[in-house]
Design a protein around this ligand. Structure first.
Ligand SMILES: O=C(O)c1cc(C(=O)O)c2c(n1)C(=O)C(=O)c1cc(C(=O)O)[nH]c1-2
Length: 606
């Protein structure tokens, strides 16, 4: 057996540090720190700031390891080690040289969801898929390896997941027909240990047709190949650009796969397995234990990559080991994480309309499948037909912005999008390294409403919303919850907000220099609790600002680059640029502008 990385597990249990992007292996984003409480949070103040020098979208957050904070930037993926004993003085920086031609191959801004730490090293997975191990003390390169090829559309935005003696990484490029995979590299040397594809032959997917299960049944031989026409799985997307969780007890890693390519469902008949799937794999070998495909034969771009939150709660009086997942498709799933049994699947936004419900009858032939409402089926409405008012929009009821869980309230705190879309699929041909999208989109709030976001509290045992805070825009920032019964999140206009975990009541807000799409973190240093967040507007929702697509010229350039032969013109060009985000989030430019800044908050000292 491999020696467990006890070190990192211990560090994630020490709330003074923030040792992994997800807060802990279970992805709860809960901190035991309790100096800041719901009774004093109104007194919070910004106490220090740091400019990253980079303008585009800043996702993820800083790590705190001992007395050092590690801050990353989007492309070009600079890394700063800051001395917390010396007002954030720069101890070292690492500035990788990357070919800028990777920028137009990134679908949804040049974001990076943050660094990882293990074994005295900082792990950086660059936009161009170079994975680098840096000495945490000096910034010297220990090793580096290439995980993909941007010339084929392969890029990276996800963080690295260190598990035991390996680091696990995903790949982006679903909008370029990239075939998704997860790859494990040896932590000490960078040598590849295993790679598990999301689609294709059993041997390349690391599945056992008899032992790997789907809803309790063996997946059988060639389970992926049988659900694609011909060799479409080779350019069928199902990338792995989201968050990873790990359960040391079972040694299973959990993550989700993204949309099948193209976005035109008529072009790829079949269930397109295993796109849109929650996967549980053995961390040492990569062998799959169980799968659950949430959206077979996707018709809306509802990537299944959002975080899997591992919690132990009682359901029906019985303690269960749960996996809770807020999917892009608008359904929140509660599963038994040991075997993939489906326990709860409910809408976490009442606006969701493409699905009536998930079939929960174990004896039904459609068990576990969403029941699609034909009016909102982009396949049934047909190619070159604009299917109107589908909710949620392609960016989902939630996208990459991770939720948090408090064991004190038993509730999940979920940053959400409250956005609908019109979706017109059209025929595209595959060319390596070129956009392979095949749909024209526009986005807007649900009919009769104006708010494009909600921040909600969710009970995963019952599948019910506990409370909702309306937000003018999608909440694209990851939540944090603490033992002080406070929940923190950022908004696209740039506010850092603290709310009461029980009621959602707003306790504090502060407008940072730019829109927030980063994840809120906390740490303790010198006996004081700090709250840290990166601002810097961007991501898919903020792509209009981040990539300069707002005006006619910017939108026009986007149309030629992404929709060649199917360019929209005039107002419609602006409305549909950035796959609908430019029009949908146009009003954001009234509130904020670009710029990467770290802002750190604390209570005043007496
Ligand atoms: O299919 C893919 O490979 C892929 C990659 C990414 C990415 O790497 O950021 C996003 C998406 N898809 C996507 O569908 C999406 O909504 C999205 C939002 C964001 C973001 O950071 O704001 N990235 C991505």
């Amino acid at each position: 057996p491999v020696v467990a990385n006890e070190d990192l597990i211990k560090m994630t249990q020490d709330s003074k540090q923030w040792a992994i992007q997800t807060g802990d292996y279970a992805n709860t984003r809960f901190s035991k720190l309790n100096q800041i409480t719901k009774d004093n949070a109104s007194k919070l103040q910004p106490v220090w700031t740091f400019s990253t020098g980079v303008l585009r979208g800043h996702e993820g957050g800083p790590l705190v390891i001992g007395d050092v904070m590690y801050v990353h930037t989007p492309f070009p993926n600079n890394v700063f080690a800051l001395d917390l004993n010396n007002d954030g003085k720069i101890l070292w920086k690492y500035e990788p040289k990357q070919d800028p031609t990777v920028i137009p191959v990134m679908c949804c801004d040049t974001v990076y969801r943050g660094l990882a730490y293990a074994d005295g090293k900082i792990f950086l997975h660059q936009a161009d898929t170079t994975l680098v191990a840096l000495d945490a003390k000096t910034g010297a390169v220990a090793w580096s390896v290439k995980n993909g090829d941007p010339k084929k559309g392969e890029t990276n935005t996800a963080t690295v997941m260190p598990v035991k003696d390996k680091v696990l990484v995903g790949i982006s490029g679903g909008e370029f027909g990239v075939r998704g995979h997860v790859t494990a590299y040896d932590m000490k040397t960078g040598k590849q240990a295993w790679r598990a594809y999301s689609t294709g032959p059993d041997s390349e997917m690391l599945v056992d047709p008899e032992k790997t299960t789907h809803l309790g049944k063996p997946i059988g031989k060639d389970s992926s190949l049988k659900t694609w026409q011909g060799e479409q799985w080779k350019v069928g997307g199902s990338t792995t650009w989201g968050w990873y969780s790990y359960d040391p007890e079972s040694n299973l890693v959990y993550y989700g796969t993204a949309n099948p390519s193209t976005w035109n469902p008529k072009q790829r008949p079949g269930d397109n397995r295993w796109s849109m799937t929650i996967m549980a794999r053995d961390a040492d070998t990569g062998m799959a234990r169980w799968f659950y495909q949430m959206t077979p034969h996707d018709e809306w771009d509802y990537d299944g990559v959002n975080e899997m939150i591992l919690v132990d709660q009682e359901i029906g009086g019985r303690p269960r080991k749960l996996l809770v997942h807020f999917d892009r498709n608008g359904l929140a799933y509660t599963l038994d994480r040991t075997n993939g049994e489906l326990l709860v699947a409910e809408k976490y936004d009442p606006a969701v309309n493409w699905v009536s419900k998930v079939d929960m009858d174990k004896n039904s032939p459609t068990y576990g499948r969403p029941q699609v409402v034909s009016q909102f089926s982009t396949e049934q409405q047909g190619e070159d037909t604009n299917t109107k008012h589908v909710c949620p929009a392609a960016l989902g009821t939630k996208d990459q912005q991770p939720a948090a869980f408090s064991p004190r309230t038993g509730l999940f705190y979920v940053p959400t999008n409250h956005v609908c879309m019109d979706y017109e699929p059209f025929r595209v041909n595959y060319t390596a390294g070129q956009p392979y999208v095949g749909a024209i989109l526009s986005m807007f709030p649900p009919q009769g409403e104006t708010n494009m976001g909600n921040f909600i509290a969710w009970d995963a045992r019952t599948g019910k919303i506990a409370w909702t805070n309306k937000e003018p825009f999608s909440v694209w920032s990851g939540a944090l919850t603490t033992a002080g019964d406070v929940v923190f999140y950022g908004t696209l206009e740039g506010y850092l907000k603290a709310v009461d975990a029980q009621t959602g009541k707003e306790l504090y807000k502060f407008k940072t220099p730019s829109g927030i799409i980063g994840n809120v973190t906390t740490y303790e240093h010198g006996g004081r609790q700090y709250i840290a967040v990166l601002s810097g507007v961007g991501g898919w929702a903020g792509i209009g600002l981040a990539a300069g697509l707002m005006g006619e010229q910017g939108a026009g350039a986007w149309q030629t680059a992404v929709n060649p032969g199917r360019e929209e013109t005039g107002n419609r060009a602006i409305e549909t640029a950035g796959l609908g985000a430019v029009g949908g989030y146009a009003a954001l430019s009234n509130y904020t502008t670009l710029g990467g800044t770290l802002t750190v908050f604390a209570l005043p000292t007496q």
